[in-house]
Design a protein. Structure first.
Length: 254
């Protein structure tokens, strides 16, 4: 029986990793998506959509499908899924690998205000009306209804339903990557005064950070949550090498 790798995905890196591992041909690869995005990007390997029923359910799946390696390549802010994955791997007695992008680092010219949560970001906007660009997932924007004095530009992959209950909000439906030139134009055209975003890391959405720096726009950046300590790769290349080693050990029964 061939080895089986399960990738918990939802990121561009997960898609790239799945493709690279499938090309190697030494293991079957399945990509698991939570199902939060209505029209996910086309994937290069078989896809499973939906939850597992917590750590115990995921552990049962790993055993039933004879998975040799679990790879957590979810978004850096999908902390509950990462915790479930680490616990499921422990219960099933199998190796786990995390693919986690390095966070963005503040450089000269950045005007960052770092906060620990979306609620703190709402407070950090202050009482005076501002033109705000919300570059967050659709599940994180509702708390901004508590600050209706601001004008909001909201970008998401799927529509915000229901729309925010605020007097002034406009919506952009778009999927990255977003380059600096386009982000610069977006900020200028909409006279954005402050961006609210997560420190997602990677290059696909860094354009808004670079554009904000060039324009002197403030960025309220939500810090990353604590994630479980598991073997970690920061790049797809490193993850491929680590996965290949794990599969090799599994073939030898080690």
């Amino acid at each position: 029986m061939r080895n089986h790798i399960l990738i918990l995905g939802g990121t561009a890196e997960a898609r790239q990793l799945a493709s690279r591992l499938a090309e190697r041909g030494d293991a079957d690869v399945t990509l698991s998506l939570a199902g939060r995005t209505r029209e996910p990007a086309t994937q290069p390997v078989p896809v499973r959509v939906g939850g597992f029923g917590g750590p115990a359910g995921l552990a049962d799946y790993l055993r039933a499908e004879r998975v040799a390696l679990l790879i957590d390549a979810t978004h850096p802010y999908a902390s509950q899924i990462s915790r479930n994955a680490a616990e499921a791997a422990r219960q099933a007695g199998m190796p786990i690998l995390a693919l986690r992008r390095s966070p963005w680092l503040q450089v000269e010219g950045d005007r960052w205000t770092e906060v620990g949560s979306v609620a703190e970001a709402v407070t950090a906007l202050g009482p005076a009306p501002r033109r705000v660009f919300l570059a967050l997932g659709r599940q994180e924007v509702a708390p901004f209804e508590a600050a209706p004095q601001h004008q909001y530009l909201v970008r998401s992959v799927d529509p915000i339903e229901p729309p925010l209950d605020v007097p002034d909000a406009r919506y952009i439906i778009a999927r990255g990557p977003f380059d600096e030139v386009a982000e610069h134009a977006l900020l200028e055209e909409n006279r954005i005064e402050v961006i609210v975003a997560k420190n997602s890391g990677g290059s696909a959405t860094y354009g808004k950070i670079a554009a904000a720096r060039a324009l002197g726009v403030e960025v309220i950046l939500i810090r990353r949550p604590e994630l479980p300590e598991v073997p970690t790769a920061e790049t797809v290349d490193d993850a491929v090498a680590m996965a290949a080693h794990a599969v090799s050990l599994a073939k030898r029964g080690e």
